[in-house]
Ligand binder design. Structure first.
Ligand SMILES: Nc1ncnc2c1ncn2[C@@H]1O[C@H](COP(=O)(O)OP(=O)(O)O)[C@@H](O)[C@H]1O
Ligand SMILES: [Mg+2]
Length: 243
């Protein structure tokens, strides 16, 4: 069963072509990892799918209910709002109110992601990992069966990452989720995802994880900064941009 179909997608910001002729399908139960350098259009692609960017050409079809975890650096942490309100905000925007049942579900969801004692803390006081978990709780509250995650582990320490992916796996199984995740961490994408998409304005590859070799990816994206997971530590590759 197809959950997302994108056909010949083009996105322009003024004269700048951010996405060019992107086509792919996402099947139910897929866990897709999207990798690509900064500025590749990864966030733009998720925003088109979620409906936040409406100015595009091509076809985008979604069959299901989406939950979206935005990129950390796009979340306004200055706004004086507690975690409970933060995760219920999409519900409020839709219905102009929260019911008691929704409040209870929100508290349960905070328990689920291990943030029950932070419900009334300000969003600005959370650590990176805590905010990412709050954002996941928010994405899940909508009863989504499709999750779009934009670098859900950036700003999260190593232990926090393991907790985050364990949680994500549990919820994926429970809810039969389809997940599209942007990540900078090639090693992690190889470990966690069933399908890999390499995006740099156009789609350079789209294949099951076992058909793509990490070395080939490093070759393809080698001139950019990419996180490569090595055994138990992270290495960052810094090379000159050659194009
Ligand atoms: N609203 C916007 N207006 C103008 N340019 C934008 C806008 N959003 C993104 N861009 C540009 O489009 C390119 C792709 O951005 P983005 O999708 O955020 O890349 P990525 O998430 O892969 O790092 C970047 O060069 C970025 O500066
Ligand atoms: Mg991005």
């Amino acid at each position: 069963m197809i959950k997302i179909r994108v056909e010949n997608l083009f996105v322009k910001f003024g004269e700048y072509q951010a996405l060019k002729g992107v086509s792919f399908e996402v099947k139910a139960g897929d866990f897709i990892g999207i990798i690509g350098p900064n500025g590749a259009g990864k966030t733009t692609l998720l925003k088109v799918i979620i409906g936040e960017i409406k100015d595009y050409t091509g076809k985008v079809e979604v069959y299901g209910k989406m939950g979206y975890q935005p990129q950390l650096n796009t979340v306004n942490r200055e706004f004086p709002m507690d975690v409970f309100t933060y995760i219920l905000l999409p519900v409020y925007v839709k219905n102009r109110r929260f019911t008691r049942k929704e409040r209870e579900r929100a508290l349960d969801m905070l328990k689920r992601v291990g943030l029950e004692d932070k419900a009334y803390s300000l969003v600005g006081d959370l650590s990176g990992g805590e905010l990412q978990r709050a954002s996941l709780a928010r994405a899940l509250l909508s009863d989504a069966d499709i999750l779009l995650l934009d670098e859900p582990d950036s700003g999260v320490d190593e232990m926090g990452k393991n907790t985050f992916y364990e949680l994500l796996y549990d919820v994926k199984k429970e809810r039969d989720l389809t997940i599209v995740m942007v990540s900078h961490d090639i090693g992690l994408v190889f470990k966690e995802c069933s399908t890999i998409m390499c995006l740099n304005k156009t789609l350079h590859c789209h294949a099951p994880t076992e058909k793509i070799s990490p070395d080939k990816l490093k070759e393809m994206f080698g001139q950019f900064d990419l996180w490569i997971r090595a055994d138990k530590h992270y290495e960052v590759e810094h090379r000159e941009r050659s194009i």
